[in-house]
Write a protein that binds this ligand. Structure first.
Ligand SMILES: NC(=O)c1ccc[n+]([C@@H]2O[C@H](COP(=O)([O-])OP(=O)(O)OC[C@H]3O[C@@H](n4cnc5c(N)ncnc54)[C@H](O)[C@@H]3O)[C@@H](O)[C@H]2O)c1
Ligand SMILES: O=P(O)(O)OC[C@H](O)CO
Length: 332
């Protein structure tokens, strides 16, 4: 099927950047924004001043506050913060066009239910063909057309291929996978690990500690991904290792910069004050910790980060606890 009109649910930085990706790929785009000021600024000045300032949006992109307006779309990208995915899809469900695929682009695990975004979709719009788009991709880079490669996971390989062809462009290269779980776990866990790396950086623990955190964090991500039924090879791809490397290496990441502030001595309240943008690692950390315990997977870095974010420990005690763990074989 040739896709002509894409709907994007959620006009944060990433939803807006993905609207541009779709427009550059030749699709007409309907971008749904919750905030009236976003609708106003995109309509009148062709810029999303609240979430992606400085980027002029393509004329193919129209903006609306109404989820119902996406009922005409033959392809939908869902990009709200993960903790709002269920409520957003519930509200959108009555309008969804039968058979239109939904590409989940948010990175997180639902608190309470401990569910992945594909599970949330299956419970809210069960008939919709699902795909996951995830990988190392800052909205600011993608919106400028800088080269970006991501994982596009879809159990139906034919549909995945069609979606990959549809979204690709000179600066945007999706790579195909069929493992939804592996693709989702990578994106959710790297956010928590990026906070840990930021803390290490903020505390001045050095590049060696940074590399150790990335490597041991990757082991945690792989353990959880495979325990949930994902494949290690998917987690080692763009959606897992690739995104971990990006997010843990740049203060441009909201998650890493939150960690940096905590490592430099700010409280969580100070570090989050006045922020409109989402740090998904902060939001998902309690669910990651609970899920790891539920499935019996050891994730000490994520556990320690969740404890710090919950106010149960201090940065110094967290570092001390991680460094005093019993020695063990690297591959365990
Ligand atoms: N920004 C990036 O570079 C980037 C890249 C890849 C993936 N992502 C992922 O995309 C998702 C969205 O992040 P973002 O960067 O676009 O957001 P953002 O931080 O730029 O903006 C916040 C978003 O939250 C929405 N929001 C606030 N309250 C809400 C509510 N009650 N219900 C529904 N939505 C609400 C706002 O409308 C806005 O879209 C996240 O899961 C993030 O991890 C972001
Ligand atoms: O700014 P962050 O930390 O939300 O990261 C954005 C993207 O997920 C990077 O791939």
């Amino acid at each position: 099927m040739a896709y002509r009109t894409a709907g994007v649910i959620g006009a944060g930085a990433w939803g807006t950047a993905l609207a541009l990706v779709c427009a550059r790929a030749g699709l007409d785009v309907i971008l749904q924004a919750r905030e009236p000021e976003v609708v106003e600024s995109v309509t009148n000045r062709r810029i999303n001043e609240a979430f992606l300032p400085g980027v002029v949006l393509d004329d193919r992109i129209s903006v609306t506050s109404e989820l119902g307006a996406l009922g005409v779309c033959d392809l939908v990208l869902a990009v709200p913060p993960a903790q709002y995915m269920r409520a957003t899809l519930d509200a959108y469900a009555p309008h969804h066009r039968q058979g239109a695929p939904i590409i989940l682009c948010s990175k997180g695990i639902e608190r309470g239910s401990l569910k992945l975004m594909t599970e949330v979709l299956a419970e809210t719009i069960p008939d919709a063909p699902a795909a996951v788009l995830s990988g190392p991709s800052f909205a600011a880079d993608v919106s400028k057309g800088l080269p970006t490669a991501v994982t596009l996971a879809c159990e139906d390989a034919g549909l995945g291929e069609a979606l990959m062809e549809t979204l690709s462009g000179p600066g945007f290269r999706p790579y195909l996978a069929t493992d939804l779980i592996g693709a989702e776990v990578g994106g959710a866990i790297k956010n928590v690990l990026a906070i840990a790396c930021g803390i290490s950086e903020g505390r001045g623990l050095g590049r060696s500690a940074h590399a150790a955190l990335i490597t041991r964090g990757f082991a945690e991500m792989t353990r959880l991904g495979t325990a949930l039924g994902g494949e290690a090879a998917t987690v080692a791809g763009l959606c897992g290792l690739g995104d971990l490397v990006l997010t843990c290496s740049s203060p441009q990441s909201r998650n890493m910069s939150l960690g940096l502030a905590l490592g430099q001595g700010q409280t969580i309240q100070q570090a989050l004050a006045g922020k409109r943008s989402v740090a998904e690692g902060y939001e998902s950390a309690p669910a990651v910790r609970e899920l790891a315990r539920k499935v019996g997977v050891e994730m000490p870095i994520c556990e320690a980060t969740a404890a710090l974010l919950a106010g149960e420990t201090t940065v110094d005690a967290m570092i001390e606890a991680l460094l005093s763990r019993p020695l063990k074989a690297e591959r365990e």
